[in-house]
Design a protein around this ligand. Structure first.
Ligand SMILES: [Zn+2]
Length: 675
């Protein structure tokens, strides 16, 4: 049992803390309301789910820019002359990046099947044009090209997965020919199929290119071509295929192979893997797709540091504001069309970003370092906005000491908070756990609980109840003549707010959100997240399900960590964190230690970084190099690269070719085997 004297001492200490907190900070109960307002607007019908490149996303961008402007943040984009209109002023917060939002069919698409040797046709040659839309459609990432071929080569499902000892092209000589493959995998709809990766269309394309095919024709598994997802022109902003790729109806598939029975036999052979002979039919194929770029923006506001020296260093605080629009790619809803509100993902983080900007600009002490607030776009499409930022930063990355990311922080339940990136700097753990101590949480809660209704004189007597004999713990108390008395002054009783979080700390600096882009540039990161839920990536992720009190508590927690970080003259030390996703996600047998850039590419794979002492480092590969060939495979994009990795073996030497500036270098690399 704690002694009266100790108890009194601890209370005195708390008074000091609370008092100093009060002296510095105006009451914060409006936080909850402001967070609610921002989330409700961002997740409203008006913004239609904020899909990157759409008017809804750009509406959100202008709203965020407006908030940054009201707070007096410096715009991220320098311009030669001062802004003359409000619109001009707001646009200076927008960092635009290239993004293809829309794919259309051009005018020149054509597919003709040529059959020779018919006795009932003129010259023994029949030409059958197939109707675009009904019987065939190019894929959105297909290369635009005309291909003429004398034969077509059936190649099973078109899957090559060396790690599974599975290669449909081993049974089909497709070099320079047109490969015809079945959609899907031999495992059907099984979500746990061993072909989850190798069976994806991107990997099928890489396999076809690796086998030397001149074009890839995929036979739909749907009765109506329009029901096939492959037939819906879309583009993942991950680079062109490198060859023409089309999907055809089953009717067209039968025509290509020589009839319904031939198609049925092909399907059987594909499962049994017995191989199918080339079909003596010609193809004349022209693909013409138009990929249209749409304006897409990161919103950047800067709070210049107050310390003459440390202001050259920056802390980036980020949250993505884009979401999935009306569904489609990335959605887990059964059908397209409904607005995906994305209240938790990630209106919550965006609202928190604006609230943090407000607190750090208006409250004391002023941060010593420069704070860069960034609302990212293109996150749901593959971290496009943050990737662009780290390659076009407004403060040099060497001066960027840390990146704090908030993505989905609106569903605090049972005080469970996940924090990623703990292993990216040895300083993080103590900082995070320190701010989560019962004392710090109680103090912060008391600050927050003071709605401003309490008359100033009683501030001096204010403490937080930590005595379990006096309920409720965590409420403000004042010293009465007979000892502490719980007050009822708090508008929001800080009971819940005073409880420490139940933290799940994750070492990894990589993860499914924008902090990955920064960690790949060797910047320590922290990632705040309240966990996934049933409404994740569905239209039902709405604002009425957000725990705004919980979110305000997280915002206050993040703010204290940032202030703590800024207090030290020493920047956090970058560390290579244990990576949990690496081996599991890829399933590769080899390790090279490259950190690829996942942005759009058609002419090689750009590397953002190289892990220390890795095979890539030993090979002499450097960050900024572009891999164009590895182990005999041309590399145009990340899929080609991943495909080639699948074929490589640990301990064996391979040739790798990289572009370094204008120079093409041939190097030797020996991958390590993964354990
Ligand atoms: Zn998401």
């Amino acid at each position: 049992m704690i002694s009266k004297r100790r108890q009194l001492l601890s209370l005195v200490w708390l008074v000091a803390l609370v008092a100093s907190g009060l002296a510095q900070q105006p009451p914060q109960t409006n936080s909850v309301n402001r967070l609610r307002q921002a989330v409700e607007y961002l997740a409203s019908d008006a913004l239609e789910g904020r899909r990157t490149g759409t008017p809804g996303a750009n509406g959100a961008a202008h709203y965020i820019a407006g908030e940054f402007s009201l707070l007096g943040l410096r715009p991220g984009m320098e311009t030669a002359r001062p802004a003359r209109t409000r619109g001009e002023n707001r646009s200076r917060y927008l960092q635009s990046f290239p993004y293809v939002a829309d794919v259309e069919l051009g005018r020149n698409n054509a597919l003709t099947v040529i059959t020779r040797g018919g006795s009932d046709v003129p010259n023994g040659v029949s030409r059958e044009p197939l109707s675009l839309g009904k019987h065939w459609v190019p894929l959105g990432f297909s290369t635009n090209l005309t291909v003429v071929s004398e034969t077509i080569v059936p190649a099973g499902y078109g899957i090559s997965a060396p790690e599974l000892n599975y290669n449909d092209y081993a049974l089909a000589q497709v070099k320079n020919g047109v490969a015809v493959v079945l959609a899907g995998t031999p495992d059907g709809d099984n979500p746990h199929s061993r072909f989850a990766q190798a069976g994806s269309v991107r990997f099928k394309v890489a396999a076809a290119r690796a086998a030397g095919a001149g074009a890839l024709i995929i036979i739909s598994s749907e009765k109506n071509l329009n029901d096939d997802r492959l037939s819906h022109l879309s583009y993942d902003n991950a680079g062109e295929a490198g060859l023409p790729v089309i999907v055809v109806s089953r009717t067209a598939g039968a025509l290509l192979l020589g009839g319904d029975e031939a198609l049925a036999a092909f399907e059987k052979a594909a499962v049994a893997r017995t191989g199918t002979l080339p079909v003596p039919k010609g193809i004349h194929l022209t693909v013409d797709v138009i990929r249209r770029e749409s304006p897409s923006f990161n919103i950047i506001g800067i709070l210049p540091g107050s310390d003459p020296k440390l202001k050259d260093e920056a802390i980036v605080i980020g949250a993505h504001y884009d979401h999935l629009g009306r569904g489609g790619e990335g959605s887990l809803a059964p059908r397209e069309g409904e607005i995906h509100y994305g209240a938790d993902d990630n209106a919550s983080g965006t609202a928190a970003l604006i609230e943090l900007a407000r607190r750090l600009t208006t409250q004391r002490p002023k941060p010593r370092r420069t704070i860069v607030f960034i609302a990212f776009s293109g996150e749901e499409e593959g971290l496009l906005g943050s990737n662009y930022y780290v390659n076009h930063p407004v403060v040099p990355l060497q001066k960027t000491i840390a990146m704090i990311n908030m993505d989905m922080i609106g569903r605090l339940r049972d005080q469970k908070l996940m924090i990623g990136g703990i292993g990216t700097a040895p300083e993080w753990r103590a900082m995070v756990e320190g701010q989560n101590s019962p004392e710090n949480m109680a103090t912060a809660a008391a600050n927050q609980g003071l709605s401003g209704t309490m008359p100033p004189p009683s501030f001096a007597n204010l403490k937080v109840n930590l005595d379990p004999k006096m309920t409720p713990v965590g409420y403000p108390v004042v010293m009465g003549a007979n000892g502490p008395v719980v007050t009822a002054e708090a508008a929001h009783p800080p009971m819940e707010a005073a409880k420490p979080f139940t933290l799940t700390l994750n070492e990894d600096g990589y993860g499914p959100s924008d902090h990955s882009s920064f960690y790949s540039k060797q910047i320590p990161v922290l990632f705040f997240f309240t966990g996934t839920h049933n409404d994740y990536h569905k239209p039902s992720d709405t604002s009425d399900k957000i725990n705004f009190e919980g979110e305000a508590k997280i915002v206050s927690f993040v703010e204290r960590i940032i202030r703590d970080l800024d207090k030290s003259d020493k920047r956090p030390t970058y560390a290579v964190a244990k990576s949990e996703s690496q081996g599991r996600a890829s399933g590769f047998r080899v390790y090279l230690g490259t950190i690829p850039n996942y942005a759009d590419s058609n002419d090689g794979l750009l590397l953002d970084g190289i892990r220390d002492a890795s095979p890539a480092a030993k090979a002499g590969i450097k960050a900024g190099d572009k891999i164009v060939k590895i182990a005999g495979h041309d590399v145009k994009n990340v899929y080609d690269y991943t495909y080639a990795l699948g074929e490589m073996k640990g301990g064996q030497e391979y040739e790798i070719e990289v572009m370094r500036g204008a120079e093409r270098l041939k190097l030797k690399i020996t991958p390590e085997a993964r354990k």
